[in-house]
Design a protein around this ligand. Structure first.
Ligand code: FMN
Length: 254
């Protein structure tokens, strides 16, 4: 049904518009009484064999929603009914920003893929924090980045701002220094910057932050990567197609 009728229809339109349109439909759908209950009973599968305990977090299953889909945390109440093991919001930047000029999302039909040149379009930390204040029943990751207008020399303060604002709202952080869509961002994939950010920042409270750093896959081939990994990582975690995640469990010093 979806492959034969729905997706050919949706593919007639601009992908970004369709994204917003389906988000809008989702809100309407969930206004219908018992729809949430029904969707949850269809899509949420609970089984001991699916549960994972990693980095001190308990995941009901290993399938999560990647960053970039619900960037602004507007639909977590709806998506938590679809049985995700976790939902990663963002990338969130301190200030709201509109992202790159449109058109910036391209379908590659033959490859069943898309090219994303969004550029961290998001509503900013303040508004997103408000949306995260509800009690959700799903593990939430906060993927954070720097604003485009922030020079790399001040990038650390952007990330630390996001840590401070969101640490009560999310279960883990992902420090995004790998996006190719913010000019110069990948220059932050340096030992100096990451060491400084992860180990030196102060946050005013004695809490543990679970932080992942999303690094470009290209780095694995360079010595630079080893330098970063050896000097600051608490452990390697997982490797996505083009990103390496390294995790840190860090205790802020103040
Ligand atoms: C339209 C779009 C927007 C995305 N935005 C973000 C983002 O803001 N932050 C981020 O870390 N990843 C973002 N991503 C990357 C996804 O989180 C994910 O890593 C990517 O789609 C590859 O996942 P896959 O290998 O499972 O297909 C975006 C992807 C797409 C297609």
């Amino acid at each position: 049904m979806y492959k034969k009728f729905i997706s050919p229809f949706l593919f007639l339109f601009d992908p970004e518009k369709i994204h917003h349109f389906t988000f809008y439909l989702l809100k309407i759908l969930f206004k219908i009484p018992f729809s949430g209950f029904l969707i949850k009973s269809i899509y949420t599968i609970k089984h001991d064999s699916l549960e994972r305990e990693l980095f001190g977090l308990k995941f009901p299953n290993p399938v999560g929603m990647a960053a970039g889909f619900d960037k602004n945390a507007t639909h977590i109440s709806e998506f938590e009914n679809f049985g995700f093991g976790f939902i990663e919001i963002g990338t969130v930047t301190p200030k709201p920003q509109i992202g790159n000029p449109k058109k910036r999302l391209f379908r590659l039909k033959e490859d069943k893929a898309v090219i994303n040149r969004m550029g961290f379009n998001n509503d900013g930390t303040e508004l997103i924090k408000k949306r995260l204040k509800k009690n959700f029943n799903v593990v939430i990751g906060g993927n954070i980045g720097k604003n485009k207008i922030t020079p790399n020399s001040d990038a650390k303060s952007d990330y630390v701002y996001c840590f401070k604002e969101l640490y009560n709202q999310v279960d883990y952080f992902v420090v995004n220094v790998s996006s190719p869509n913010t000019p110069g961002l990948r220059e932050l994939q340096s030992k100096e910057f990451l060491n400084d950010l992860i180990t030196q920042h102060t946050i005013g409270r004695l809490i543990y932050l679970l932080i992942f750093v999303a690094l470009s896959f290209l780095l694995i081939h360079s010595l630079k990567f080893n330098g970063i990994a050896i000097s600051i990582a608490s452990g390697m975690i997982c490797q996505k197609l083009y990103e390496i995640y390294i995790y840190f469990k860090t205790k802020p010093t103040q």
